[in-house]
Design a protein around this ligand. Structure first.
Ligand code: ZN
Length: 276
């Protein structure tokens, strides 16, 4: 079995392919095709949820990442290797309630409205992260790694989880000892939160108004190819490694706003909302 060829990075929501493998998923059935438009949940960094839709007319109840090492297909959290590791074939596994036979040619149809809402949420998530980096830039005493726009990369340095939902995302950052050692000061951040959020919102508003083009750099057709998100913002070309799906221009987002909360002084949560 070869790694699944994926067409979602190009924005595809439908296709036809042949079933090349099956794997039990509890009481359900996991179907592998050679080429699919379905975006599965990633097992290493599960930010964007699985697409919804149908395969061979059957509802896709879930869509997960599988890994084939020659003996059996491992699924999701049970995969004993990092995303894209050598020696494995990386598979999109479409989970259905009824089986379909290997060799059958099937239509694959992704729910386009749900995909569009996840793409909007994902692009907004990346833009909000860059805008947050800019808004917190003055809080670094030492210079850590910089993001593509030249600001200290708070997002990549402090993030613990990122979850995309339709037209929204939630990013959680840890403001612990190790971040302090890297030079970030959270002193007075609790009382400055509204000001930081307003600065993020202002920047997001300008970026949406700029109608900046968004594209994915796709080095290969397989699921785990190291794709990169690019956005040509007025300040420069932003780029972030990314396995998900996106809108094609920032103006499609309509408006993007964030809400920041600080819990126990150590967990910063950014909730990003798109209103298209
Ligand atoms: Zn991403």
């Amino acid at each position: 079995m070869n790694s699944t060829v994926v067409t979602f990075p190009a924005g595809q929501v439908s296709g036809r392919s042949r079933i090349v493998g099956t794997v039990p998923v509890g009481e359900r059935h996991g179907l592998v095709v050679s080429e699919t438009p379905f975006h599965p949940l990633d097992h290493t960094w599960p930010d964007q949820p699985a697409d919804r839709g149908t395969i061979g007319g059957l509802p896709v109840a879930d869509c997960v990442t599988g890994a084939w090492s020659g003996d059996r297909i491992h699924l999701g959290a049970d995969i004993p290797a990092r995303r894209g590791a050598e020696g494995w074939q990386w598979l999109v596994v479409h989970v259905t309630d009824s089986p379909l036979p290997v060799g059958e040619s099937v239509e694959l149809a992704v729910d386009p409205a749900y995909r569009a809402a996840l793409s909007a949420g994902h692009t907004a998530c990346h833009l909000a992260a860059l805008a947050l980096n800019a808004a917190l830039a003055g809080r670094w005493r030492k210079e850590p790694a910089l993001d593509a726009l030249g600001h200290p990369d708070f997002d990549q340095t402090a993030i613990t989880s990122s979850r995309i939902t339709p037209d929204a995302s939630v990013d959680v950052y840890r403001l612990g000892k190790s971040l302090r050692k890297k030079g970030f000061t959270a002193d007075g951040l609790d009382t400055a939160l509204a000001e930081v959020a307003a600065a993020v919102d202002d920047r997001l508003k300008a970026w949406v108004a700029a109608d900046a083009p968004v594209r994915l750099d796709v080095p290969g057709p397989e699921l785990t190819a190291r794709r990169t998100w690019h956005c040509s913002l007025p300040e420069g070309e932003a780029s972030i490694p990314c396995g998900g799906t996106h809108v094609t221009r920032t103006s499609e987002l309509g408006s993007v706003t964030v809400e920041l909360t600080l819990d126990e002084g150590t967990t910063l949560t950014m909730r990003t909302t798109v209103t298209r």
